[in-house]
Design a protein around this ligand. Structure first.
Ligand SMILES: *[C@@H]1O[C@H](CO)[C@@H](O)[C@H](O)[C@H]1NC(C)=O
Ligand SMILES: *[C@@H]1O[C@H](CO)[C@@H](O)[C@H](O)[C@H]1NC(C)=O
Ligand SMILES: *[C@@H]1O[C@H](CO)[C@@H](O)[C@H](O)[C@H]1NC(C)=O
Length: 165
């Protein structure tokens, strides 16, 4: 393993730990406030609307990805912008329809999108990225990385259970 791979691996593990921590935190207690707060009334997550909204995000992402040569689909440097738009779209829409983000519906949808676009990518390819040259890129990368790590974990677990079944 060269230094780049080691750094990527470390980031990946940190990402897994942080997202696991965030998930346990958000399911264990309500005090970790992920739900949008509205002054007087507590709104209810509208799942059918969320399903529809998230599919719109997916369609936009599919359209954006079509502009990128599929040989670059595994290269984060090429797709980071589109991927970030997609994840922030799902986040925005979840909040609009009063749902937590991330939530099982969005995760399920993202896994389907990942299987469609990234099923042929290896972890080394996906994690590889040009060193970010400004703070903004780093700020964008952190949530994208957490999302990727979370999805990777779910996919990995489901692959394992497929193998064991
Ligand atoms: C959820 O959204 C759909 C579509 O906008 C709407 O028809 C339905 O009444 C909403 N359900 C609730 C419980 O607000
Ligand atoms: C990803 O794309 C960048 C920019 O085109 C390129 O420099 C880099 O070598 C590519 N990485 C891989 C693993 O193909
Ligand atoms: C993955 O590889 C298979 C077999 O080579 C190919 O048919 C499929 O289109 C590829 N999928 C993606 C998303 O590149």
């Amino acid at each position: 393993m060269d230094t780049n791979e080691l750094i990527a691996l470390k980031l990946f593990i940190v990402g897994l730990l942080v997202s696991a921590w965030m998930m346990s935190k958000s399911s264990a207690t309500d005090s970790f406030n992920l739900e949008p707060t509205f002054p007087s009334q507590r709104r209810i997550c509208n799942e059918s609307r969320l399903q529809w909204e998230v599919e719109v995000c997916g369609e936009n992402f599919t359209r954006d990805m079509a502009h990128i040569d599929s040989q670059y689909w595994c290269n984060l440097t090429h797709i980071i912008r589109e991927y970030h738009l997609f994840t922030s779209c799902t986040e925005e829409k979840s909040l609009v329809v009063n749902c937590y983000w991330p939530n099982p519906l969005v995760e399920g949808y993202m896994i389907r999108v990942h299987k469609h676009f990234f099923s042929n990518c290896t972890v080394e390819q996906v994690v590889w990225l040009d060193p970010p040259d400004d703070t903004l890129t780093v700020l964008i990368l952190i949530p994208v990385f957490l999302t990727l790590a979370m999805i990777a974990l779910v996919v990995w677990c489901s692959k394992r259970s497929d193998l064991l079944a």
